[in-house]
Design a protein. Structure first.
Lengths: 290, 421
């Protein structure tokens, strides 16, 4: 037993070291940077206590970004999940051309977030975009909407793109889970006189629940940390109205070269995610999820 | 066996030591595939004329190239020659990563051929030559010849005329506008041209960026307020709504598609505009319109080649910088790069003395009308200011911020940076 353990430890060691160097070290370093005066102009790296955090909190754009992050994550996650799940249910039954259709549905998942952002940026373009064109032709609007330059629409335009991007993830994961539900259960339920809705609630949901919990947890974290689409569509604008925390972080690095405040924002994101994951897992475990 | 391999190894070391070429590592940051290809060709020429020196070119992707270069320099990775952009010059000097070239320059004939502006830029930090600028980005006014002719509108000479003509061209219901407004990233390098042209007394000295000759920030002077109002009128009356968040791509797209026939841009936009329009007669470039005081202040963005302070091959690196800064190589590079060349002899080339580049020649040779100044990009507050300026102007237009409040804040910002009470 002891020998086995040693062997296991030995086998894990390389990957543990690797992960430590490429993941944990930078993470710890960034926590240090959050307390330093770290900008590209003067590499003084002086420790300045919580100044970076107070700087961040006193910035109205930061406050806006916190609110936006909540809207961005909840709307994206909810719609990605609902639409993805619906799609998985539709794709469960075999039909002609299902393979091709499935491949097409999964396509967005294979495209880089930046490219998606660029595509949607032109589609939402205020004067030359196809979305404005369609809405005009359908008679739904009278004049073109400056989607990406209007604070009322900018964030939501990015959310639309993000939903489009994220649906396949849920569809893939949930389709796999659905296919593992034994058919006999449905047959038995049918004999007992359960209708489709009851079958869904009493058989399908309990069976795929662990996958639902896992995927929504992972996806939540990904969406919080997914600046690509907003960055390439609106760059957080206009006037910072579509920033989420992770795009604000990038903007602090790329536009202001201020690594200290950026790291402080990074630490705040990390704290939010750790807290979220803790409660989410605790809650779902007591429900018998894992 | 072991002895044999030791001998082979020794011989190999000796051979590389005696015949081995020196390898210079060069990092470019304003990268694009076409430019990298040209640079590589030029470096091949250099290698051919300088036996014993090889040059390895590193071209990080543009989006993160500056960060990558700074990281390489700060961790003292092997870099000999690198591209120095004006806004990073102060960072490189502060971090002691740039070699002072003053001694090298003293023995270099090419120095006298450089434009005065090139010399000013090269020596702006402590009077020491830290880099040799290869060219300039200076703004000028692009206009659609065909559209102006059709509407019987002349090329504007003043900001007021620019506004009036642009307004005449604007018919929102037909998707026609006059002006390609810039509201997104780096908007300050557009808005400030219009705003500052209303200020009578900007101090053009390099270490006095944004100050007037009275020694105060220009931002809340009466002229600047008037200029800012003009800039906002250009948006409200002459530009598409979504230009509030426009960047370079949208601006150029608006110009090429004919939606916005007036465009303020840098010379590197010329090749792209020309290629996309397909006909050089469809557009022209004019010197920047002037403000009510008969002048306009232009920033001269630039980049050049410098040598890492810790380079082991400083002499060879200087050879390379000299080669890249020679008139023939510089002219070739400038044509592709779209920058205004760095030396007098290049302007003898018809490519620069005629056609669209004529506008920049006018700007460079009329110092009473076109006054070159430098934004205080070397000061650590600058990036935060640029971000604030962008957000504030967007908020003013959106009705979320008071214009007078904004100009006061900008002035306060720079008073603090300069330590003015």
């Amino acid at each position: 037993m002891v020998k086995d353990r040693k062997f296991i430890f030995f086998m894990i060691l390389p990957s543990f070291l690797f992960i430590s160097i490429v993941t944990f070290l930078p993470a710890i370093r960034s926590v240090f940077m959050a307390f330093q005066d770290y900008n590209m102009y003067f590499l003084t790296k002086k420790f300045i206590g919580f100044e970076n955090f107070t700087d961040a909190f006193s910035d109205p754009i930061f406050v806006q970004a916190v609110k936006n992050t909540a809207v961005w994550v909840l709307l994206s996650l909810l719609l990605q999940f609902t639409l993805g799940f619906s799609l998985a249910l539709l794709l469960r039954k075999p039909f002609k051309g299902r393979g091709v259709y499935t491949a097409l549905v999964f396509y967005p998942w294979a495209v880089s977030g930046f490219v998606i952002g660029l595509q949607w940026r032109w589609m939402f373009h205020g004067s030359a975009g196809v979305i404005n064109d369609l809405l005009l032709k359908a008679g739904l609007i009278k004049e073109r909407i400056a989607f990406l330059s209007d604070p009322h629409y900018a964030l939501y335009s990015a959310i639309v793109a993000n939903i489009w991007y994220g649906i396949p993830f849920f569809a893939i994961m949930l389709l796999a889970a659905l296919q593992s539900v034994p058919q006999e259960l449905y047959e038995a339920a049918k004999i007992d006189g359960a209708n489709a809705f009851r079958q869904f609630i009493n058989i399908t949901i309990p069976y795929v629940k662990p996958v639902i919990i896992n995927t929504t947890l992972i996806r939540f974290i990904w969406i919080v940390n997914f600046p690509d689409i907003i960055f390439s569509m609106t760059n957080g604008g206009p006037a910072g109205s579509s920033h989420i925390l992770s795009t604000l972080l990038i903007s602090k690095v790329y536009n202001e070269y201020n690594y200290g405040v950026a790291s402080a924002i990074g630490v705040i994101i990390m704290l939010i995610l750790v807290t979220y994951a803790y409660f989410y897992l605790k809650f779902s475990r007591t429900e018998g999820g894992f | 066996m072991r002895r044999l391999s030791v001998i082979v190894l020794l011989i190999a070391v000796l051979v590389t030591m005696s015949f081995g070429a020196i390898t210079l590592t060069m990092v470019e940051t304003i990268t694009s595939p076409a430019r990298t290809e040209l640079l590589r060709q030029l470096l091949d020429e250099f290698e051919a004329t300088h036996p014993g020196i090889k040059v390895e070119l590193i071209s990080p992707p543009y989006e993160s190239s500056d960060q990558k270069l700074i990281m390489m320099l700060n961790t003292k990775q092997k870099v000999d020659v690198f591209e120095v952009r004006d806004n990073f010059l102060a960072i490189h000097v502060n971090n002691k990563n740039l070699l002072d070239l003053t001694e090298f320059v003293k023995q270099w004939d090419g120095w006298n051929d450089l434009l005065d502006l090139t010399k000013t830029a090269a020596t702006k930090v402590e009077g020491k030559t830290y880099y040799i600028p290869y060219g300039f980005f200076i703004k000028a006014l692009f206009y659609r010849k065909d559209i102006l002719e059709k509407n019987n509108i002349p090329v504007p000479q003043t900001m007021q005329e620019l506004y009036e003509y642009a307004k005449k061209l604007t018919v929102p219901s037909e998707g026609k506008y006059g002006f390609a407004f810039r509201g997104g990233a780096s908007e300050h390098s557009f808005s400030e041209i219009v705003i500052m042209s209303y200020v009578p007394n900007i101090d053009p000295r390099a270490d006095r960026g944004y100050l007037t000759t009275d020694g105060v920030p220009y931002h809340d002077t009466p002229g600047a307020v008037e200029g800012l109002k003009m800039w906002i009128k250009l948006y409200n009356d002459c530009s598409p709504k979504d230009s509030l968040n426009w960047g370079w791509a949208e601006q150029v797209n608006g110009f090429v598609s004919g939606m916005t026939p007036f465009l303020i841009q840098d010379p590197d936009t010329v090749p792209i505009v020309e290629r996309r329009l397909g006909d050089p007669n469809l557009y022209g470039v004019a010197p920047m319109p002037v403000g009510p005081h008969g002048k306009v202040y232009l920033d001269y963005g630039n980049a050049g080649w410098g040598i890492a302070s810790y380079s082991k091959y400083k002499n060879e690196a200087w050879e390379l910088v000299k080669f890249l800064s020679s008139p023939e190589v510089n002219a070739k590079f400038s044509q592709l790069n779209g920058t205004i060349p760095n030396c007098r002899s290049a302007f003898a080339d018809p490519y620069y003395s005629t056609g669209p580049y004529r506008a920049w020649y006018e700007e460079l040779t009329n110092p009473d009308k076109y006054i070159f100044y430098e934004r205080p990009v070397h000061m650590s507050g600058f990036p935060a200011y640029a971000e604030k300026h962008k957000n504030d102007i967007q908020n003013i237009i959106l009705g979320k911020k008071d214009l007078n409040q904004a100009v006061k804040e900008w002035a306060e910002f720079w008073k603090k940076e300069y330590g003015i009470k």
